[in-house]
Design a protein around this ligand. Sequence first.
Ligand SMILES: [Zn+2]
Length: 244
Amino acid sequence: MYIDLHTHKINPHENLIAVYSTLPDHFPENHPENWLISAGIHPWLCNKDDFAEACDVFETLPETPGLNWNRDYDLAMRQWLEKLEQLAANNKIIAIGEIGLDRVHNKDMETQNTMFEAQLRIAEKYNLPVIVHCVRAFPEILSLRKIYHKTPWIIHAFRSNVEIAGQLIGHDCFLSFGEALLKSHELQMLAKVIPLESLFLESDQSELPIEELYAGTARIMSLDLSCLQLNIIKNFKKVFFQQK
Ligand SMILES: [Zn+2]
């Protein structure tokens, strides 16, 4: 059994449980049973001054076809937060995300921070784990983790260094790796020392089959594939179903 911690594609596969990440107003009503859903307002959209531009970018992504949002920032955010809270209250989602901070794709850090915190409060209110997107904002993420620590956080597409990894794990965060792990020597060095109980794997937007990511990771970590799979299943149950 494979667990894909974060994907934007619905691609049925019987040996796979996937967490499909979407926007609050793009919830897929018909999805395979083994596709679990997380929803959140992506940090790229949390941009007050260039909201129209951020929408333009999103509307052309393959995973959000046919979107046509209004360009009123305040109205859009209010509606998305309401929708997100409804999904959480009605047990439609198993996590909030991806949400977070991105210093490279969006310069409006203040708005990103406001929206991130608004969504973290929803996660804590409904006891939901959080799938975090973080690009060059780890000090801010760590400070917020100290305030919002009631539910697990998983840092998706982790690509930073061993020091940041250690600090995040020290604050009970999980790290999820994607295809970049198979290409980066630095990430491979990190994978050799990261505790197995803090690890997830994900496809995100990659075309690489998840089986190949697992096989490559098992090789890097000098583990049997089945041992890697069992550990990730254990982490999955712990984070999403609160099983020890
Ligand atoms: Zn993603």
